[in-house]
Each structure stands twice: as structure tokens, then as C-alpha cells.
Write a protein that binds this ligand. Structure first.
Ligand code: CTP
Length: 485
């Protein structure tokens, strides 16, 4: 296949991680696709489907993106292919832990964060700029007075373009120079010139760390708003034991991501929500399954809206072609029985919203391998058994969430059926939606719902699924606000 604008496609899909999740591949596969500039044929269909779900038009042959409704027919040239997890200027100090900075750079990119490297002279004694450049696919900067660098990107611009300056490892010397406002190399000049948040991950001998000089520098840097992660305690490369080890790369990356995109705070802070979303699929044999038309849009939007209001959200989702919302822990499942187990594992929770279109039955006696036709013999008969009812299970659980919300997908007699369902399931609220053949609810972006509680029966105007999610999350937040304990 000829080259496509893969960075633009990745951006349109919501980043590298979203593409990974969509295709069920690891970060290295995405790096390979990027290096080749093409996507393998087998991923075209899911990629096209996911892009269309996000409102893009795409030419399936060339995979050229067209922005929706822009009226110009212009391809999505606005996308620079820049990862959308933010950008980090990674300053590597000269310590034995410098090699771990490579791992930090790699993991940041796994989270869709663009990384540009800067290395002190000391760092170059431990790792080469080439290794960092190879990992970041960017030039690594080392020299304050390099004319080329100054022409291409002045050090001030370098300092200002990043969303975060991360120093890992931050040596005692680098901390001391930064604390004293020195600007005697590229690293310290950037630290003095930047207006981005700064995160330092110190690493040094325990005696150097506990020395009052270092502790003074630490206090001074902290008082100026510099953030710190670590150092950790443990065995040191120098053979001593104590506090001074560079924090593990995943800890540094998590601290960096918190600064790049802090989890929202809101009225549901401290509450844990379980949300089920998407369809479940029930295997017939190794290649065939029973599925339904649920896109997961409504459930995912609810998970996002709850997270936006500060809740910790576990999103238990059947297979969908839409990206995972930010700040949500996704547990991917396939069958209803897997979904139930994942919800059980996620308990305890303050609230649960069951928006998944759970298959009512699964096939019994499924076989490994593919069922074969028997020529002119009779067609096989499928034997079905009822699936567990997850909503009812959570509503009657010994660790029942305080608020359990179910959906009622009804094609006829919507109100009567939804009220009956509220009682049958034992949940607190039902969001009843009309999924009759002409409504376009399944797979569409809009929904017309009625919120049914024991006391109320409220009809909402037709609105986008994201608006339904937002309104429901606001009602949930108000409920917890009114019933605080
Ligand atoms: N639900 C569930 N587990 C099931 C079936 C449904 O958790 N095995 C949940 C859905 O997520 C939804 C609610 O129950 O919140 C109602 O789903 P719906 O499909 O409308 O109803 P059913 O229980 O399947 O009943 P029926 O198909 O008879 O209307």
C-alpha cells in the first residue's frame, strides 16, 4: 500500500494509545507502522470505521482524511501528527541512572507524549545523544552555543515550547546549579528560561541527598514551584543503601502525566463509579459469535462525564471501535460472564451505571475451532442459555453501590416496560431509551431518554449522547451532594 498520512490518522483517532487499543497491538507495532509510513491491510476496516465514528470522512483506498463538514474538501492537513498527550523536554543529568532516562522517554511516548531530549555533558559520559535521538525520533540538544541549534531553535524557544520540563536524573550538582539560578550550560539555561512546569527526579548517593546543602537546594526549588518525584530508597549502584535512587520510570512517567494533564477535580471526587458499556459478544465457535449493534457511545460518554466530575471510573467495556475516554480505567471484556466478573472485581463502588447492551443468552457447548458445514446434512442448531443479569446482580449485591442506574432499551411501550424493569432489576434509576427501528439510537450520536426513579418520571429532550451523559452525571453528582455521608 502506498504511504498514508499515518500521524494525522493517529491524531484523529486520539493518539497512539487509542490506535493500540483499537487494534489490540503493542506500542512497538505502532512504531513499526510509523517507520514504514503505512498501515497493514488488515487494519484498514477497523481504522476507517473508528475514524467515521469520530466524524471523519476517509477514503478507504488511500486512507486520506477529510475533515467533516469543512466545506472545502481539504484533507486534514491541519494535523501535524503531533502526539496529543503533550510535550516534554527531557533533561538528562550526568549520573549512573542516566540510562533509565531512555526508558522514561520510551514510556512517555507510549502515552502519546512527544519527547525532546537535552543532555548535560556529564550525561554523555553514560549514554549517547544518538540513543536518545533514536528513541525520541527528535534531535537531542547538548550544546548551548551550537550555532545550528541556535538557528533552528533558540534555547529560549526550546525552553518555552514544552508543556513540561522533566529532569531525570536530577543530580546534586544540577539541583544546586538550578537552585542558584546558574545558566552555564544548555540544561540550566533552559531551567532558568522556561515558563513550563518543571519536574525533577533526583538521583544521587544517599549521603549527598541528605546533605543539608542538597536539602536546602531542594527546599529552595520547591518554594519556587519545582515539582519532585522521588528519590526512592533502596540499594544504590555505588553499593550503599538509603534514599537516593532514581524513581522507577513508570513512577516518573505517571508524575509527568499528572502534571501534563491533571485528573479533573469535581463534586464526585473520592467516589468510585463502575460503568458498563458496549455490546457483549458470545462465541458460537472460535471464529463466529453472536453480537448486537451497540456502539458503546452512550456508556463511554457517561464514563467520561463522571470522570470529568472527579469520579474514579472503572469502565467495563465490550468490544467497541471508539477510543477510551481520558482518566478512566478501562477493563476490556467480551462475554456477559466476563463483564460480570470484571464488575465483581471492581467492587466496592459508590455507584454503577449499566449502559452495556448485554447479550441475553450465550451459546452452550461451544467448541474450539471452526464448525464445518456437513454438505447436504441439516444446519446446526444452537442451544442457548441465559446470561447473568449484571444490573440485577449489582443491585442485589452484598456490597451494593449506593446508587445503581440501569438502562432500558425498549422498542415498544417504553414507559410501562421501563417502570417494570426498575422493579425487576432492583436498581434506583432507569434511563429508558427508545431503540425502535426508526430511532437510529443504536450506533447513532443522539438519544431520546426518560429518567425514571421511584419518585419521578422525567422526559428529556432529544439530545446528543454526550449531552445525555453530562446531564446524567450532573444528576448523579447532585444526588451524592444531597445525600452526603
Ligand atoms: N443488563 C445487564 N445484564 C444483562 C442484561 C441487561 O446488566 N444480562 C442491563 C443493561 O445494561 C441495562 C438493563 O439491564 O442497564 C436493561 O437492559 P435491556 O436490554 O433493556 O433489558 P433486559 O434485561 O435484557 O430485558 P428485555 O430484553 O427483556 O427487555
Amino acid at each position: 500500500m502506498k504511504n498514508c498520512d499515518l500521524p494525522a490518522i493517529i491524531t484523529a483517532l486520539g493518539g497512539r494509545r487509542a490506535l493500540q487499543d483499537l487494534l489490540g497491538v503493542g506500542p512497538s507495532a505502532i512504531s513499526n507502522y510509523l517507520a514504514r509510513g503505512t498501515l497493514p491491510q488488515w487494519v484498514h476496516a477497523p481504522v476507517c470505521e473508528a475514524l467515521r465514528a469520530r466524524g471523519y470522512q476517509i477514503d478507504p483506498g488511500s486512507l486520506a482524511l477529510v475533515e467533516p463538514d469543512n466545506g472545502t474538501g481539504r484533507t486534514n492537513g491541519s494535523s501535524t501528527g503531533a502526539p496529543n498527550g503533550g510535550s516534554v523536554l527531557l533533561i538528562v543529568g550526568g549520573g549512573i541512572a542516566a540510562y533509565k532516562a531512555l526508558e522514561v522517554a520510551r514510556r512517555l511516548q507510549d502515552h502519546d507524549v512527544a519527547v525532546t531530549g537535552v543532555m548535560t555533558r556529564g550525561a554523555q559520559e553514560f549514554i549517547t545523544p544518538l540513543s536518545l535521538s533514536a528513541l525520541t525520533a527528535q534531535k537531542t540538544f547538548t550544546d548551548l552555543f551550537s550555532l545550528t541549534d541556535e538557528a533552528e531553535m533558540g534555547h529560549i524557544r526550546l525552553a518555552r515550547e514544552a508543556d513540561l520540563v522533566l529532569v531525570a536524573p536530577a543530580t546534586a550538582n544540577l539541583m544546586a546549579r538550578a537552585a542558584n539560578g546558574l545558566a552555564d550550560d544548555l540544561a540550566t539555561t533552559i531551567l532558568l528560561a522556561t515558563d513550563a512546569p518543571v519536574l525533577m527526579a533526583p538521583a544521587m548517593n544517599p549521603a549527598m541527598w541528605s546533605n543539608p546543602a542538597t536539602q536546602d537546594n531542594l527546599a529552595r526549588l520547591r518554594s519556587r514551584g519545582v515539582n519532585f518525584v522521588g528519590p526512592a530508597a533502596g540499594d544504590m549502584a555505588c553499593g550503599e543503601e538509603g534514599t537516593g535512587r532514581l524513581s522507577e520510570p513508570e513512577v516518573i512517567v505517571s508524575a509527568a502525566r499528572d502534571l501534563l494533564d491533571p485528573a479533573p477535580k469535581g463534586p464526585l471526587a473520592g467516589r468510585h463509579a463502575i460503568v458498563t458499556s458496549g455490546p457483549t459478544i458470545e462465541p458460537i465457535d472460535s471464529v463466529r459469535f453472536i453480537a448486537n449493534r451497540s456502539s458503546g457511545k452512550q456508556g463511554h460518554a457517561i464514563a467520561a462525564a463522571l470522570a470529568d466530575r472527579g469520579a474514579r471510573v472503572t469502565l467495563v467495556s465490550g468490544p467497541v471501535a471508539i477510543p477510551a475516554p481520558r482518566h478512566v480505567d478501562v477493563v476490556p471484556v467480551e462475554t456477559a460472564r466476563d463483564m460480570l466478573a470484571a464488575c465483581e472485581d471492581a467492587l466496592p463502588a459508590d455507584l454503577a451505571v449499566c449502559a452495556a447492551a448485554v447479550a441475553d443468552w450465550h451459546v452452550t457447548g461451544t467448541r474450539n475451532g471452526k464448525m464445518k458445514k456437513t454438505g447436504d446434512g441439516p444446519a446446526p442448531t444452537l442451544s442457548l442459555a441465559e446470561n447473568p443479569d449484571i444490573l440485577r446482580h449489582l443491585s442485589t449485591h452484598i456490597s451494593r453501590p449506593r446508587l445503581v442506574v440501569g438502562f432500558a432499551a425498549e422498542a415498544e411501550e417504553l414507559h410501562a416496560n421501563a417502570i417494570a424493569k426498575l422493579a425487576r432489576k432492583g436498581c434506583d434509576w432507569i434511563v429508558a431509551n427508545d431503540v425502535g427501528p426508526k430511532t437510529g439510537t443504536f450506533g447513532g450520536d443522539n438519544n431520546t431518554v426518560h429518567l425514571i426513579t421511584e419518585a419521578e418520571n422525567e422526559s428529556w429532550q432529544p439530545m446528543q449522547k454526550t449531552a445525555v451523559a453530562s446531564k446524567l452525571a450532573a444528576r448523579i453528582a447532585a444526588h451524592f451532594g444531597d445525600n452526603n455521608d
